[in-house]
Design a protein around this ligand. Structure first.
Ligand SMILES: N[C@@H](CCC(=O)N[C@@H](CS)C(=O)NCC(=O)O)C(=O)O
Length: 210
């Protein structure tokens, strides 16, 4: 299997896909979408991603898919490397729980913080300090949940790494590394987990661009 990855090198969602391709040793060709001129809002792009966002993939047989997490799941059915989605029913249920944690508890807050603290200043917009304060308070409270889970097991779904862990990496880099949030020194289990997943060769290969 090989595919074309249409996206933007600075986009977290594009990196999420590239990361899983690297984990599964699947080659891809990166096709840049020029978001600075709103290429992603133009009809040719909308034919592939109707919400005007990146990324999407096109497989060599013409099969197309968007939504980075769905693409990641699809990629686990190809290539080689760690399984990343368990198949035994109870392990699978725990995986879905962990995937839900990433999507519902982590992503909206981490993305909100990144928008307020990184993207708005970058594009000359004012940070909404009150909103940011609320997001950081929520983030701190969520991380206490992570600390509790990771005190009992190595990864979010159990003792094996899964997609649910890896999907944290793109926004985790912004909030934990670039913004230094999360008080990792006070949350040893979270710190161990973050150091573990962020040192994987797949992430090292794409963390600064795809
Ligand atoms: N749920 C989608 C979200 C896609 C998304 O938000 N992409 C961002 C870049 S990371 C984007 O295209 N933003 C531009 C916009 O929404 O106009 C996915 O995971 O693929």
């Amino acid at each position: 299997m090989a595919f074309k990855l249409h996206g933007s090198t600075g986009s977290t969602c594009t990196r999420r896909v590239a990361l899983i391709a690297k984990e599964r040793n699947i080659p891809y060709e990166f096709i840049p979408v020029n978001m600075s001129v709103a290429e992603h809002k133009q009809p040719p792009h909308l034919q592939h991603q109707p919400f005007g966002q990146v990324p999407f993939i096109v497989q060599e047989d013409g099969f197309e898919l968007f939504e980075s997490r769905a693409i990641g799941r699809y990629l686990t059915t190809f290539g080689s490397g760690p399984q990343l989605i368990p198949t035994e029913p109870k392990a699978y249920a725990k995986f879905e729980q962990a995937a839900g944690i990433e999507y519902a508890q982590f992503d909206p807050i981490a993305a909100g913080i990144t928008v307020e603290k990184i993207f708005k200043p970058r594009y000359g917009q004012a940070t909404n300090e009150k909103h940011l304060e609320g997001l950081i308070a929520q983030f701190e409270s969520k991380l206490n949940g992570y600390e509790a889970i990771l005190g009992k097991q190595k990864y979010l779904a159990g003792d094996e790494v899964t997609l649910a862990d890896l999907y944290h990496l793109p926004y985790g880099k912004w909030v934990f590394v670039d913004l230094g949030l999360g008080d990792l020194d006070k949350r040893p289990n979270l710190k161990r987990w973050w150091n573990d997943i962020s040192s994987r060769p797949s992430w090292q290969a794409v963390k600064d661009g795809v």
